[in-house]
Design a protein around this ligand. Structure first.
Ligand code: ADP
Ligand code: ZN
Length: 723
């Protein structure tokens, strides 16, 4: 290898690796993080073995530019670089885009001059515009750069500076942080049941074995999966190695931190999008140095440069939010398993409702399985019954059937808590004019504008477009003719209040629980029993443990089954089983009422009868017949641009160029599931391939030979979540 020359993958997804000269006295080994010149600028990047990554442009030695500097940071390990290569290859993404996740968009790199952060002073000026007042409320106790506070408050930086001028916000010097305290594996270990003990022992052994070992921790809701994998973390801590815990939802972080702290004495290091720049930098460095022993985070924590990783846990491993739908379209569950492979360590996938793909891996003997078939401490599984909305419908203009209302009344009378689940934010999913039939649609997306009464506006759930609540129909100008169609959680909350005026309700959606602090506050109020009835979306279906919650009502079990996607039944089953799993987790028995128009649907039957294995077997069979995952593979090619004609034309051109390959079929182009999104028209080609076919290689060659107009984006979604 030529030590005077280095191939560098720069942090710019538009660029492939470039070669540089290593000046005298500098060493730039593979993995080193370096600063390199690019045109008039300088950009960070990582040194790569030339034989492992082809360069965009071969340049002779005499024309090379000098590297500027090598960062005083640990080099990226070979195992991580292999993971980056694999991810880029498998998901057909630019390696630099994956590298960016490892380096956290370089935010970790700027040690920079002194950083000035700002926070609220607590001083409220006499006259505050509504926008400024709302910004202050959103910022709360938080501290950060002007840019960060602006993002948190969803206002321009000018608003933050304005608040500074009137004395409502002030600059603060950022203190040098103490090191992260180490979790203590022996702080407060639980007494495990015999079953839990067996599973925990097997996991601890796997940690000490230091070999690749994917394992499904398949335990019913409330069986103590968290307590069990905590023992694996304890084993990794005793072994001096790091653990990564991936959670599907940032709202789950807060309860996790609490439980972790109770077990290990101190909180783990949290990694999520809500971190301030300085916190992010500090966490990144502690992860790279090995100081951060346990890291809990959303999927982006997966690519960080752990110095000595010993264990990966993917909690609620079936969750669809592990699938990234933008940028590098990877599935964090699958990449976690690959990381375990490259780093030779166990990967625990914990779930009460594992994905069909994961079950299949277990059946094939590729993943081990540990089962916890009973709830901890003798708590019973809840009793699940279907409520037939055809036979016993709610009164006109209402959504809760008489039996569910009765059960709510009984629950309240006993001083217990109830949860109503409806996976729809806002008041009503559709607003239309009774007079002319006009429907309010988003100008940027193929989606209805959703009425939100709490914030008094209509909102698009895809691009965030908002409009004030209309008084008159914009088409026919008729006043008082607008009607809200169908229920959202806010409308159910109104119905509950009308039925039980004394009930204390809480709406739990991403609108109300948009930060870890809000989530913590909600948990606190539930635990203090300041809430009687929760009305929530999928955000409340997972993870939470409220012992006094005994009744769960599913407002519309049919909602998830529409759409005709092959995964619909599985997804619907998982969601209802998870929300049902919130009921009766303490010593009081739980009850679940599922409202449906079709009590004989396989999903409902499986939930009511408890024949989960039968349901999975039937679903697996239909996947096998369709050649759907895990038996065959799909890849979506999504073509988008602001111009409809150009989008359609490019999609057709790509479709016509599809190669004839044995075992592969191409469907479409057709409008993508969201035909318009954020102002971009979207067409999709769906590629279906036999399992054994290297479909990525085929697509790479196919698209590589084509050109399309600037402004048209072509993205490949390998293993799409919906098919
Ligand atoms: P799961 O993740 O499987 O739904 P959890 O880990 O949340 O289950 O456990 C459910 C509840 O039971 C939690 O409050 C947990 O602290 C408690 N629990 C589970 N196992 C034990 C144990 N061995 N000792 C004490 N409490 C336990
Ligand atoms: Zn929109």
């Amino acid at each position: 290898m030529n030590r005077n020359r280095a191939r560098v993958l720069l942090l710019n997804p538009a660029l492939g690796p470039l070669d540089y000269r290593v000046p005298q006295g500098m060493t730039a080994e593979p993995g080193a993080i370096v600063l390199a010149p690019l045109g008039p600028r300088q950009l960070a990047g990582v040194v790569w073995e030339p034989e492992r990554m082809a360069s965009d442009a071969e340049v002779g030695d005499n024309r090379l530019r000098n590297l500027v500097a090598v960062y005083d940071l640990p080099p990226l390990k070979d195992s991580l670089r292999r993971l980056i290569e694999w991810t880029a290859d498998y998901y057909l993404a630019p390696p630099a885009a994956v590298l960016r996740m490892a380096l956290a968009s370089a935010s970790a790199l700027d040690g920079g001059p002194t950083i000035v952060e700002y926070r609220a002073t607590g001083h409220l000026p006499d006259r505050l515009t509504p926008q400024r007042a709302q910004a202050l409320e959103r910022i709360g106790e938080r501290q950060g750069l002007v840019r960060e506070l602006a993002t948190i408050a969803d206002v321009s930086e000018g608003v933050i500076r304005g608040l500074c001028k009137v004395g409502a916000i002030e600059p603060v010097t950022v203190a040098v942080d103490d090191p992260y305290p180490e979790p203590d594996p022996d702080h407060d270990p639980p007494d495990l049941s015999a079953e839990q003990q067996a599973a925990a022992g097997a996991l601890a052994d796997a940690v000490l074995a230091r070999t690749f070992h994917p394992v499904l921790l398949d335990g019913v809701t409330g069986s103590g999966k968290t307590e069990v994998y905590f023992e694996a973390i304890a084993a990794a801590l005793r072994d001096g190695r790091q653990t990564l815990v991936l959670l599907p939802e940032i709202a789950l972080t807060e309860p996790f931190l609490k439980r972790f702290t109770a077990r290990f004495g101190v909180a783990p290091v949290a990694w999520h999008s809500d971190l301030r720049q300085s916190q992010r930098r500090r966490a990144w460095r502690a992860i790279a140095s090995g100081e951060a022993k346990v890291v809990v985070g959303a999927r982006s924590a997966l690519f960080l440069p752990y110095r000595e990783l010993g264990l990966i846990v993917v909690d609620e491993a079936h969750e669809s939010s592990f699938k990234q739908e933008e940028g590098v379209m990877y599935h964090a569950r699958d990449v976690a398993v690959m990381r375990g492979h490259f780093e030779q360590l166990p990967v625990i996938l914990a779930s009460a409702t594992p994905a069909i793909e994961t079950r299949h891996q277990v059946e094939q003997g590729r993943y081990a399985e540990l089962k916890l078939p009973a709830r901890f401490g003798g708590a019973q599984m809840p009793d699940i019954a279907a409520l037939d909305l055809v036979a016993d419908p709610p009164p006109r203009g209402r959504w809760l059937a008489p039996k569910l209302v009765e059960a709510l009344g009984e629950t309240m009378a006993r001083g217990e808590q109830a949860l109503l689940f409806l996976n729809r934010r806002g008041y009503a999913p559709l607003t239309l004019c009774r007079h002319c039939g006009h429907r309010f649609q988003c100008p940027n997306c193929t989606a209805w504008m959703v009425e939100h009464r709490l914030t008094q506006r209509l909102q698009c759930h895809h691009c965030g477009h908002i409009m004030p609540p209309p008084r008159a129909c914009p088409e026919c100008k008729e006043e008082d003719a607008l009607v809200a169609c169908g229920p959202g959680v806010e409308r159910i909350a109104d119905e509950v209040t009308a039925l039980f005026p004394e009930a204390r309700t809480a709406i739990v959606t991403s609108d109300t629980l948009w930060s870890p602090a809000r989530a913590a506050e909600f948990v606190g109020r539930m635990e203090a029993r300041d809430i009687d009835i929760v009305i929530g979306t999928q955000l409340v279906t997972k993870g939470y443990h409220f012992p006094n919650l005994t009744l769960v009502g599913v407002v519309d079990a049919d909602l998830g089954l529409s759409g005709g996607d092959l995964r619909a039944a599985e997804r619907s089953f998982q969601q209802i089983a998870q929300v049902a799993g919130r009921a009766g987790r303490g010593d009081k028995p739980g009850r679940v009422l599922v409202q449906t128009h079709d009590p004989s649907a396989p999903v409902i039957h499986a939930l009511v009868s408890g024949d989960v294995d039968g349901f999975y077997a039937a679903e697996t069979d239909s996947r096998r017949e369709a050649g759907a995952p895990p038996f065959g593979r799909f890849a979506g090619i999504i073509i988008s641009s602001e111009n409809l004609a150009e989008t359609v034309e490019t999609a057709r051109m790509i479709g016509r160029a599809a190669p004839q390959v044995e075992g592969m079929m191409v469907f479409g182009p057709a409008p993508a599931p969201l035909a318009m999104l954020r102002g971009r028209h979207r067409q999709r080609l769906l590629v279906h391939a036999r399992r054994a076919l290297d479909v990525q290689a085929v697509i790479r060659e196919w698209l590589g030979a084509l050109e399309w107009p600037r402004g048209v984006r072509v993205a490949v979604d390998v293993d799409p979540y919906s098919f």
